[in-house]
Design a protein around this ligand. Structure first.
Ligand SMILES: [Zn+2]
Length: 262
């Protein structure tokens, strides 16, 4: 936590999804919003600029429609992955913004929940499509692109396909042993699957100035029922960056705290 307080962050725009993201130091910069490698060069930033503008203005409906339109003309894995991330984010907002004070007006809540579920299924669908495309690209190319492997790996993790993700991780380690993508995928897998190395991986990534490692540390703490520590860390993290995955975890941590107080 001290490390997070002493981090010297610099804001930059993710060349992939167009989100404002925080970099601390070194080359290990992965977007706080979409988790793509930020030094990967040209991306879809401009395509998603209008989606972000909508998010900033609180126009969720309009932003969702813009993602829908982007998907009509683009079928590359990165775009499908990013659309999945956006749909997941919108789903979470819709689902959690249901209002318990509505009482007699539960129709509005039912609509929010229904829309949340619908968006979550659109998100899953996009992750599956991204996966299919990455598989085709990997099979058909002798030159391997680590960014394509990262999209495949993260899509498998988001879909809960841990066995497939483990296989992809082995291929990432084998093909790109020195890449920051290998370190990042290792960290994600280690924390999500409670591996013995999780703590060492977290400490290494935090030392390297990997901002998202603080989110994974919060997740690690929450998985070990250290809810208050996870909560404090997330509060700090959320103040610095906008991260859909951290938002989701924060909601879970708050409800765990409320449940223990009740
Ligand atoms: Zn991004």
């Amino acid at each position: 936590m001290k490390k997070l307080a002493s981090a010297k962050p610099a804001a930059l725009t993710c060349p992939q999804c167009g989100a404002r993201t925080i970099s601390t130091s070194g080359n290990d910069t992965f977007c706080n919003f979409c988790e793509q490698y930020v030094n990967a060069g040209e991306g879809a930033e401009i395509l998603f600029a209008s989606v972000h503008a909508g998010i900033k203005a609180g126009d969720w409906e309009g932003s969702t429609k813009k993602v829908e339109q982007l998907l009509k003309t683009n079928t590359e894995p990165r775009l499908l992955y990013l659309s999945a991330v956006f749909y997941d984010y919108f789903s979470d907002i819709r689902y959690n913004d249901r209002n318990y004070n509505l009482q007699g007006f539960m129709e509005a809540n039912a609509e929010n929940i229904g829309k949340g579920v619908e968006l979550a299924s659109l998100s899953k669908n996009c992750f599956y499509k991204a996966l299919k495309l990455t598989d085709t690209i990997i099979k058909g190319n002798s030159i391997l692109d680590p960014n394509i492997f990262l999209i495949k790996f993260l899509s498998e993790m988001r879909l809960g396909m841990a066995v497939d993700a483990m296989r992809t991780l082995s291929r990432i380690k084998f093909n790109f042993s020195q890449s920051p993508i290998t370190r990042y995928a290792n960290l994600v897998y280690g924390v999500e699957t409670n591996s013995k190395e999780a703590e060492a991986l977290l400490s290494d990534s935090i030392t390297r100035g990997q901002m998202n490692a603080f989110y994974y540390l919060a997740k690690y703490l929450a998985k070990r029922d250290q809810i208050d520590e996870a909560y404090v860390l997330l509060q700090k993290f959320n103040k610095m960056v906008e991260s859909p995955i951290a938002r989701e975890l924060t909601i879970q941590v708050i409800s765990a705290r409320n449940a223990s107080e009740a």
